[in-house]
Design a protein around this ligand. Structure first.
Ligand code: GLP
Length: 261
């Protein structure tokens, strides 16, 4: 696991955007995994800027969301598909038909989850998956005790996650859906490169448990320890509870040129 400690959310965004730009430049049919929440927003802003400057294109790319609320109308502003279009994909040249997400409005949610797994597989798999982390250590919407072998499925949110996300629903926790469809942990681990971004003091505890704690379903993000190519980009406040900080700085500061990104 590569740990990159940065001075600001903007620097985190630049590093994540560099990794995405490399995928876009090197793969004929790049497949991106997109996360919602606040953490990736500076990265999306940076990618939009680079697109406007003519530095990158998503014209041949496809993009898959991590998760979706169940029961929100498709055009609800906080449905993740709407959120990602507003904050990112509508502002770049990704073909609208190349954006995929679990169908949380389906009458057959189990069927929708299974069909989402098939869509990801049919794309050839995700080259780079962006991730945020919940304050309880969740990735996607895989709450604590999620099976480390889980696939895309319906999950129930914890009260804590609904309270965290109430800020997107006019601070009304009751308006946050209880159920979601999320890529499973095993689904996420199949992406070829995982890039997790976390900034701010509220992420210090889950980040320390993810990187330096035991592998456990109680901290779903700790499953990243099983993946051979993970980049965790964190600012100083999010890095505050780590113990091997000097080592991470040393390793990144002296990263050999031959090492893959
Ligand atoms: C939601 C999303 C996660 C995201 C998390 C943290 O629960 N499903 O993918 O990582 O929020 O969000 P934020 O980045 O806003 O802290």
């Amino acid at each position: 696991m590569e740990i990159v400690i940065v001075d600001s959310p903007e620097e985190a965004a630049n590093i994540a955007a560099d990794a995405i730009e490399r995928v876009l430049a090197t793969s004929p049919r790049p497949v991106l995994g997109l996360a919602t929440g606040s953490s990736p927003l500076p990265t999306y802003r940076e990618l939009i800027e680079r697109h406007r400057r003519g530095q990158l294109s998503l014209a041949t790319a496809s993009a898959f969301l991590l998760d979706e609320y169940v029961g929100l109308p498709a055009d609800h502003p906080e449905a993740y598909r709407t959120f990602i279009r507003r904050h990112f994909t509508d502002q770049v040249d990704l073909p609208p038909t190349a954006l995929f997400g679990p169908d949380g409005a389906s009458d057959d949610l189990a069927g929708a989850a299974a069909s989402y797994e098939r869509q990801i597989a049919a794309s050839g798999g995700i080259d780079l998956q962006l991730l945020g982390i919940g304050s309880d250590g969740h990735i996607g919407f895989n709450e604590p005790t999620s099976s480390l072998g889980s696939r895309t499925r319906i999950k129930t949110l914890t009260d804590a996650t609904r309270a965290d996300n109430a800020r997107f629903f006019a601070d009304d926790t009751d308006a946050v859906p209880r159920h979601v469809i999320t890529q499973g942990i095993a689904t996420i681990l199949e992406a070829r490169h995982l890039v997790l971004i976390a900034t701010g003091a509220s992420k210090a505890a889950p980040i320390a448990l993810t990187i330096e704690g035991p592998l456990t379903a109680m901290v779903p993000a700790s499953a990243l320890q099983l993946h051979p190519h993970v980049t965790v980009i964190i600012d100083e406040p999010a890095a505050a509870a780590l113990t091997l900080t000097d080592y991470y700085r040393e390793a990144y500061g002296h990263k050999p040129g031959w090492q893959r990104h």
